[in-house]
Design a protein around this ligand. Structure first.
Ligand code: ATP
Ligand code: MG
Length: 138
């Protein structure tokens, strides 16, 4: 069944000029881009987005990184979108990412790992609402 997920092209990938190549991988894999925009977020906005990780040792560094430059948040749609995007992204640490995955191709480190993807239906709903209004999702 058709499902929506939320993704972000992270600041490292935007800085390196990989935005177009990553979008091509996403479209090649059968995802429809429902909505996309270029934004820069504040440290506080990054903290709100990643609040589930607030107790983790890397929270300060992660939120500095996510607010360090422009990003492309987007809403993607296809059958089984949440699991299929996670598979296309590859492991969090690019050293462990499978050949052919976006993180294998474009990520520099476990933190600067090029792309975010929602990990469950409830997180996808929260994350879509964090960046997009209902009227942007037609
Ligand atoms: P994302 O949520 O961004 O899609 P993920 O689900 O693969 O990635 P999480 O465990 O949710 O990984 O971690 C969120 C993000 O925090 C990672 O994508 C990465 O940018 C950063 N991160 C995770 N683990 C570490 C770590 N050990 N050191 C530094 N940064 C980390
Ligand atoms: Mg995650």
């Amino acid at each position: 069944m058709s499902q929506r997920t939320f993704s972000i092209i992270k600041p490292d990938a935007v800085r390196k000029g990989h935005t177009g190549a990553i979008l091509a991988e996403i479209e090649k894999a059968g995802f429809k881009i429902v909505a996309i925009k270029k934004v820069s977020i504040s440290k506080a906005q990054a903290e709100g987005f990643y609040y589930v990780h607030k107790e983790r040792p890397f929270f300060g560094s992660l939120t500095d990184f996510m607010s360090s430059g422009p990003i492309f948040p987007m809403v993607l749609e296809k059958d089984n979108a949440i699991a299929d995007l996670r598979k296309l992204m590859g492991a969090t640490n690019p050293a462990n990412a499978e050949e052919g995955t976006i993180r294998k191709k474009f990520a520099g480190s476990i933190e600067e790992n090029a792309i975010h993807g929602s990990d469950a239906e409830e997180t996808a709903a929260f994350e879509i609402g964090y960046f997009f209004a209902g009227c942007e999702l037609v």
